[in-house]
Design a protein around this ligand. Structure first.
Ligand SMILES: [Zn+2]
Ligand SMILES: [Zn+2]
Length: 388
């Protein structure tokens, strides 16, 4: 078995230049969620050239893909890729590294296909992580129904086996009052902006009563038309995050109550629109994490200092609620670099990012190999998932 893993490591080393070039190409051509036509094509072509059967447009999502290699009846292990960019910033979340480490892991496994235990490896391209919920659409479309375990990595300023992700629900509040001259006839108006601002005040008070790991943040998207008109319309968007689904919905209801109370106080009408794409919290799976941790060492990755309060959200959380799934963080930027920043954007194509890409590809390929070699571990991962 050791020799197959050696061959996997060597295969990634041989592919490193090609993977790094692909990573740069995706970085140089940032595409927003559901518009990742080029990236989807390049990644699919790469997998085809390494022996994968590639389908694009799976589950009705044009820029999603699935590459499969099969060696006989056995477990199905999925490696997930992301490749969407951020508006105005490009690849400041380093999804170019997620994508290329994923296809790199797949290609390394394809290179040792003759020595692989029986089973199926799927490299799945999941669009629009940055708010569009590509994985939610793929889950709804049945893409994960026959997948036993899934893994992906995310670039970060340090390597961490597991980083909690919060569930997130998005909501729009639209307030409708009555316009009137703000100086001549203010008492004839009903001020929609008052209700909007009062919602922010009520939410600010609510923050003292919520647990510190929860997050509520919002912006005013419409604050009125002109200063000499009592605002007839006002709108706000809030994001509500919590580490457990029940707690997230409980907090969400309290935020909606803040808006309802504010609307009542100001005498305006309120429309509440809970947006689709609820991201669920990430669960952890010790079997998968233990395998990843052991292989990570072989690949030369060392865990960094935990940072339990730097909490984000991702649709990999939703995957982890339907099958055993993990998303370790891999260092691709200098310690202290914030993600979604211009510094992280620059770092995502530097030598440190290449090193992270290569080590992550090796680790995911070896972890996939372990699961195929010992299907009992897959069963154990599923038992842990059931007990979560
Ligand atoms: Zn991001
Ligand atoms: Zn990201």
């Amino acid at each position: 078995m050791g020799t197959v893993k050696d061959a996997i490591v060597q295969a990634v080393d041989r592919l490193a230049d090609e993977l790094d070039a692909l990573s740069h190409r995706i970085h140089d051509h940032p595409e927003l969620g559901y518009e990742e036509v080029e990236a989807c094509g390049w990644l699919g072509d790469f997998l085809s050239s390494k022996g994968f059967a590639v389908e694009t447009g799976i589950a009705g999502v044009a820029t999603a893909f699935r590459g499969t290699i099969e060696t006989g009846p056995g477990p199905t292990i999925a490696i997930l890729c992301e490749y969407d960019a951020l508006p105005g910033l490009g690849h400041a979340c380093g999804h170019n590294v997620i994508a290329t480490s994923g296809v790199g892991a797949g290609a390394a496994l394809a290179a040792v296909k003759g020595q692989l235990p029986k089973g199926r490896i799927q490299v799945i391209g999941t669009p629009a992580e940055e708010g569009g919920g590509g994985k939610v659409k793929l889950i709804d479309g049945g893409v994960f129904e026959k997948v036993d375990c899934a893994m992906m990595i995310h670039g970060f300023d340090r390597t961490l086996l597991h980083q909690d992700l919060l569930g997130i629900v998005r909501v729009n509040f639209d307030y409708t009052g009555k316009a009137s001259h703000a100086s001549a006839d203010p008492w004839e108006g009903v001020n929609a902006l008052d209700a909007c601002i009062q919602t922010f005040n009520a939410v600010s008070m609510l923050r003292q009563q919520m647990r510190p790991e929860c997050r509520i943040h919002g912006i005013i998207t419409n604050g009125g038309a002109a200063a000499n008109i009592i605002p007839e319309h006002a709108s706000a968007t809030f994001l509500v995050r919590a580490p457990k689904i029940d707690a997230m919905w409980a907090l969400y209801r309290r935020v909606v109550a803040c808006a309802e109370g504010a609307a009542r106080a100001a005498g305006v009408e309120l429309k509440v629109t809970q947006r689709e794409n609820v991201y669920e919290p990430l669960t952890s799976n010790p079997v998968l994490l233990d395998l990843f941790a052991a292989n990570m060492k072989t690949a030369g990755l060392t865990e960094g200092e935990p940072i339990p309060d730097r909490l984000g959200s991702s649709d990999i959380g939703n995957v982890s609620q339907v099958i055993p799934a993990i998303q370790p963080m891999v260092a691709i930027a200098p310690l202290g670099t914030a993600i979604h920043s211009r510094d992280f954007l620059e770092a995502a194509v530097k030598p440190l990012a290449r090193a992270g890409l290569v080590a992550a590809a090796k680790t995911m390929a070896m972890t996939t190999f372990d699961l195929l070699a010992e299907p009992a571990l897959v069963d154990k991962a599923k038992q842990e998932f059931a007990r979560r």
